[in-house]
Write a protein that binds this ligand. Sequence first.
Ligand SMILES: [Zn+2]
Length: 321
Amino acid sequence: MLNIINWPRVRAEKFHNFLPEEIRSYLKGRGIPATIIERHLLGWNGERITIPVFGPKRQVLGFRYAKSPTDISDTPEVISDPKLDAQLYGAEMLARKPYRVVICDGEFNRLVLEANDFTAVTSTAGADVFLEEWAPYFEAVKHVYVCFNRDRVGEIAAKKVQSILPRARIVMLPACALDVTDFFVFQEKTRLDFEILLASASSDENDPSDTPPTVREFRPLLKSIRQRAEGLRKGVKLHDIVEQYATLQARGQRLVAHCPFHDDRELSFSVYPATNTYACSGCGAKGDVVQFLMDKESMTFSQALDALERFEFTYEIYGTG
Ligand SMILES: [Zn+2]
């Protein structure tokens, strides 16, 4: 007997096997590498790029069809199966209870985020359609972010999501980036850049651990050295330095990591972009960008200043790079 339940999946695989090389390289050029194409069974139906929409149990619910790069008609960029009602593209990822998720706008943007290791979902019916019945999917997710296109429509849509998921934090893309793909692919921003955006996302909740530590700065007597130190404390971003030693991720308005000063199984180490300072709740280390290098690289104060000045040009800390 023909197994009817399986057939959308079979169709997805058939389309996937048809994906021409030039469409693969087009997708790669817009930040969707081969691993993501395979994982999400992107395909080709002879006219459009096929995007299977999976349900929470990874069953194929239907398809979205994205315009071919050679199609110059004024048809919509992405169209839906007539049979496919509004779905949450990425619902199968939420079933795994990730600790955080980014709600974005558009299937390709979601895949670009995933290519950069951010779990993401999107509505298949546009940013302005977000159903209340999706709220339970997010219950087990600790941190929910909304990152829509930087325009009026995106702004209103993000507020709408927040009215359904009040703890969702709204992430603002920088002025140079229209959307997530633009941010990562055309503006060549990094994963860390996006973590910093997440950490500066607006929030209604007042998390006391978001408060930066009080750091006592070493102030040299000589005015010229003092001015050099002050310039570097402002000019060099601590997260760029720490990223050389540990992987940072947004948590509230901080960036957290395994502490580079002690054997840390938790994420005890926090960087506060607002003040350019750090603190560890495990070993008690805290300080600014100069202190970090003095402690981590056993540098003297003036060696640390030299290293920071070089870092501004080379993005390397000597002794490590
Ligand atoms: Zn520590």
